[in-house]
Design a protein around this ligand. Structure first.
Ligand SMILES: *[C@@H]1O[C@H](CO)[C@@H](O)[C@H](O)[C@H]1NC(C)=O
Ligand SMILES: *[C@@H]1O[C@H](CO)[C@@H](O)[C@H](O)[C@H]1NC(C)=O
Length: 435
């Protein structure tokens, strides 16, 4: 398999802006995200200048003092980042103490596989938001050169380079990881089954195709309308446009993504935010980060597929409930999720979870799609515990889908090729142990 053929294209690194600096703090290893301190990175997009102490402290316990930290490196394009990427990075992290992730540059992606859907900056926000990621290197090259590998070993103090168990060949047919293997600095993880960016792009293209039927009713809006609600209820996933999902949501995967069963501590201030969180994007990461700062424990309500369909139309959500839940759970600012949250925030919910504050972003699709339903925040508003939260980013799920539609010819062509190779993979694959 040549690089770029598989969805999880790992190769590359380098970046000079944002780092997660580990600090020793009260005997516990904390990781402060000094995102805002790097002006070169977010290019003027406002992020706070305060180091933010991350909620998932348990994951960063220092190993026995005196023992060197094992630093592992994994790279990828992370375009349309999904829980498959997150799971790969979770596994990579488990092979060391600190995980450094290389995010391939826009230019390299364009040269090797065509235009990315998400920009470098958006992809960095997504990767940095994952709870298993300690440092990020931006503008990574697509293929690992010897020079770059040495830079990883010498400058970034990397001990091992990690890659999935799918073979990764360079255009000349050689193994992209041969050098690292020869140096004894290579480790392998199991490929995450059941999801790929190709699959997600396919769902978006298929749903957009179906939606053309409705264009006469509402111009060329991508949102769709809740036509024929009754006909879609009960269908497992209405938005997949005939795509068969290989994803099997197991309880073990949910446990792996969770914060070790920790609930809010005594006297914690619980903040609640809800939404569809479909096609998890940089805007989601930023609003979750803002929400988490308002309390000590962030509880995220993920609306059921049926609620999202009612609000956004029969072709939504693109990702079904369990997929959306894993993406949100993988975010470092999230403490807990409700898988299938109700539309309305009730008094009972507020009591059950001891919610102190309910927030909602100023940029959110649902702001336009209440479709005559009752205000979901009526109760928290009446209790004086509701707050609109300025969304740090303008990006929405619709915008991501629109970018794909705007370039649909390129993506359709690319996808046809990749879908064939992924089908073949699923037909021929055998059991591999590991998780
Ligand atoms: C409920 O939340 C408040 C903060 O909003 C906190 O002071 C209180 O201790 C919490 N209750 C319990 C039982 O944890
Ligand atoms: C969001 O969009 C509005 C209007 O299109 C613009 O004025 C604003 O600067 C944008 N905000 C961000 C953070 O990009």
């Amino acid at each position: 398999m040549e690089p770029g053929n598989m969805d999880f294209d790992t190769n590359g690194w380098m970046w000079d802006g944002v780092y997660y600096y580990p600090h020793l703090f009260g005997g516990i290893m904390l990781t402060a995200a000094l995102l805002g301190l790097s002006t070169s990175f977010f290019g003027g997009i406002s992020v706070t200048n305060l180091p933010y102490f991350l909620p998932d402290l348990g994951m960063f316990h220092k190993k026995k003092s005196g023992k060197k930290h094992v630093r592992v490196y994994m790279d990828g394009c992370f375009d349309l980042m999904h829980y498959g990427h997150a799971n790969a990075l979770r596994q990579a992290k488990a092979l060391g103490d600190e995980l450094v992730v290389g995010v391939v540059s826009d230019e390299e992606i364009i040269a090797n596989k065509g235009p990315p859907v998400l920009s470098m900056e958006e992809r960095l926000v997504l990767v940095s938001g994952l709870k298993w990621v300690d440092e990020v290197i931006d503008n990574a090259p697509y293929a690992i050169t010897e020079e770059f590998m040495n830079r990883l070993f010498n400058e970034h103090k990397i001990d091992y380079i990690i890659h999935g168990d799918d073979p990764c060949l360079l255009p000349d047919g050689t193994d992209a990881y041969a050098l690292a293997k020869k140096a004894g600095r290579y480790k392998q993880i199991k490929r995450t089954e059941g999801v790929s960016s190709t699959d997600i792009v396919g769902r978006i293209l298929a749903s957009a195709k179906d939606m053309k039927v409705y264009e006469g009713h509402e111009g060329s809006s991508l949102h769709g309308e809740p036509h024929n609600l009754n006909s879609i209820q009960g269908e497992e996933s209405c938005a997949n446009g005939g795509h068969i999902s290989h994803f099997l949501p197991t309880s073990r995967r949910i446990v792996q993504f969770s914060n070790g069963g920790k609930g809010p501590g005594p006297n914690s201030r619980v903040v609640y935010i809800d939404g569809a969180f479909d096609l998890f994007h940089a805007g989601h990461v930023e609003i979750l980060k803002s929400a988490r700062k308002l309390g000590d424990f962030l509880l995220v309500g993920i609306h059921s597929d049926q609620i999202v369909s009612e609000q956004r139309g029969t072709h939504h959500p693109i990702m079904h409930l369990h997929e959306r839940s894993l993406s949100v759970l993988a975010c470092r600012y999230v403490d807990e999720v409700i898988i299938g949250a109700p539309w309305e925030v009730t008094r009972d919910m507020i009591t059950t979870f001891n919610i102190s504050l309910v927030v909602h972003g100023t940029v959110a699709e649902s702001n336009h799609f209440w479709n005559g339903k009752a205000d979901p925040y009526e109760v928290p508003k009446s209790l004086g515990m509701f707050q609109m939260l300025e969304s740090p980013k303008n990006i929405t799920t619709t915008l991501v889908a629109q970018r794909i539609m705007a370039n649909h010819e390129i993506y359709e062509k690319r996808n046809a090729k990749k879908e064939a190779s992924e089908r073949k993979y699923y037909e021929e694959r055998k059991y591999v142990s590991g998780d």
